[in-house]
Design a protein around this ligand. Structure first.
Ligand code: GLN
Length: 488
């Protein structure tokens, strides 16, 4: 197989062995993007100039800085990158040029990564299909009539189509894990506080977390080690030391206890997913894990609580887009009129819906009934997980109740779209780490994802389990037909 079709950790090894140069690798990445992006629309823009300079610098270094040195990486368009337009998928930020790099972008650059461009996403990360992007949807490399999931749909599609070996995304209610599942790659949302959010455009600040996509779990581990850690610019980032996640994969999974929550295998789950995830659990059992039934009784309330908390925080975070400081400004003669028109013209329908829901939930007289109540449900969900983690080391369940759905299928039914997040939002509400790993295909040959959920700051155990599973299952090397046809 050509080097640029390999999963991230093997691309990194090929660079270390000088089997390929960073410059040649970048050119094959750009070539595949040019060949496929007309169909997929994973990218909003390329940063070819910066990328070529970074690849050249990597080629000229005598010693590699580390495993990401010379590796092409792309970013969800929610990460500020100095001097590069950053829109969060919204018209309101069109033309916005950040004056600084997000901390994770700075860290990637310092690790020698070659940043090739910015990826499509649902507007302000609100959505599960990338159809809420103001710049048109991204398509799923396994079936162009279907969505890659969202909101980090561009990040997932770019990895699955082998345009780049790794990408960054954000996950507020499932936006890394769900698209990873729908396109058949690995995607991890670390513990709340594990990765700095400085320079990351905010959606719901008590839930947002940065994470990574790669075709292999080791690739995700390498990315996470590079971006995790304390940042004085983000007071919510943890001061705990960052483990060498890739090194800990060698420790194996024998003796780990995994919990299977009854509530996550119920009504609404596509039967093929039920079957594939149960088969995945058997693989882990045969690797020496102890499998236990558990209960997370408050999880069925998670969607309701999430859509209060997330919309309330979003309505507050999005107040800053007033036409004065960033991006789009409407023509008007009066100040108030300018604010109103800017927001009316700049925001899309889903973002407006959420601002209205959130403003209502926070309004005087309703705060106790909605926001406060949702926070109480959130505490109960967290407590369920704490109870479970007294007897198990990780929880295993489906990532998404369905495989990739058709473009347009759920756009007119926001509630159906929201229900897609049923297995992912409890993890954000509880602030826990979660990873999705490919675990098979349905009868239309659409990828299925298995989710592993861990204790706070125990990303290592999740990565070990996901890696052990992936080694046995071998789904990481499967190419979507689109890439297969473009030639190995
Ligand atoms: N689909 C969920 C939402 O629309 C989650 C989005 C996310 O994680 N950013 O809010």
């Amino acid at each position: 197989m050509k080097v640029d079709l390999l999963p991230l950790s093997r691309v990194s090894a090929a660079l270390a062995a000088r089997e390929v140069s960073p410059e040649a690798l970048l050119e094959s990445s750009l070539e595949r993007i040019r060949a496929l992006d007309g169909k997929l629309h994973a990218f909003l823009r390329l940063t070819e100039g910066e990328a070529r300079a970074a690849a050249k610098a990597a080629s000229q270094r005598r010693e590699r800085i580390g495993p990401l040195d010379g590796v092409p990486i792309a970013l969800k368009d929610i990460f500020c990158m100095e001097g590069v337009e950053t829109t969060a998928g919204s018209r309101i930020l069109k033309g916005y040029l950040p004056p600084y790099d997000a901390t994770v972008v700075r860290k990637l650059k310092q690790a020698g990564a070659v940043i090739v461009g910015k990826l499509n996403m649902d507007e302000f990360a609100m959505g599960s299909s990338t159809e809420n992007s103001a710049f048109g949807p991204t398509r799923n490399p396994w079936d162009l009539e279907r969505t890659p999931g969202g909101s980090s749909g561009g990040s997932a599609a770019a990895v699955a189509a082998r345009m780049v070996p790794g990408t960054l995304g954000t996950d507020t209610g499932g936006s890394i894990r769900q698209p990873a599942a729908l396109v058949g790659c690995a995607g991890m949302k670390p513990t709340y506080g594990r990765v700095s959010r400085f320079g990351v455009i905010a959606f719901a600040s008590s839930l947002d977390q940065v994470g990574a996509f790669a075709q292999d779990v080791r690739g995700v581990a390498l990315l996470l080690s590079a971006i995790a850690g304390h940042d004085p610019d983000d007071q919510t980032s943890s001061t705990r030391p960052v483990p060498d996640y890739a090194a800990s994969l060698a420790r194996g999974v024998r003796g780990l206890r995994i919990g299977v929550p009854a509530e996550y295998f119920g009504e609404g789950l596509q039967p093929e997913i039920d079957k594939a995830v149960r088969a995945g659990i058997e693989v882990l059992r045969s690797e020496g894990c102890e499998v236990k039934p558990i209960s997370l009784p408050n999880s069925p309330h998670a969607i309701a609580a999430y859509y209060i908390v997330a919309t309330a925080e979003a309505s507050s975070n999005l107040a800053r887009y007033d036409g004065v400081r960033y991006g789009h400004r409407a023509r008007a003669t009066q100040l108030l009129e300018m604010y109103e028109r800017t927001r009316a013209e700049g925001f899309g329908a889903e973002v407006k819906r959420r601002i209205m829901l959130g403003t209502y939930a926070l309004s005087a007289g309703y705060y106790d009934a909605y926001y406060l109540r949702a926070q109480k449900v959130r505490a109960l969900i967290r407590r369920d997980f704490d109870t479970a983690f007294a007897t198990v080391d990780a929880v295993v369940c489906p990532t998404s109740p369905t495989t990739a759905f058709r473009l347009g299928e759920k756009v007119d039914d926001p509630l159906a779209m929201y229900l897609n997040d049923i297995y992912t939002v409890p993890v954000n509400l509880a602030g826990l780490p979660g990873i999705s790993v490919p675990c098979g295909f349905d009868n239309k040959r659409l990828p299925i994802g298995m989710q592993l959920i861990g204790k706070p700051f125990d990303e290592e155990t999740l990565l070990r389990l996901a890696h052990a599973y992936e080694q046995r299952a071998g789904f990481a090397e499967q190419l979507p037909p689109l890439v297969e046809h473009a030639g190995r």
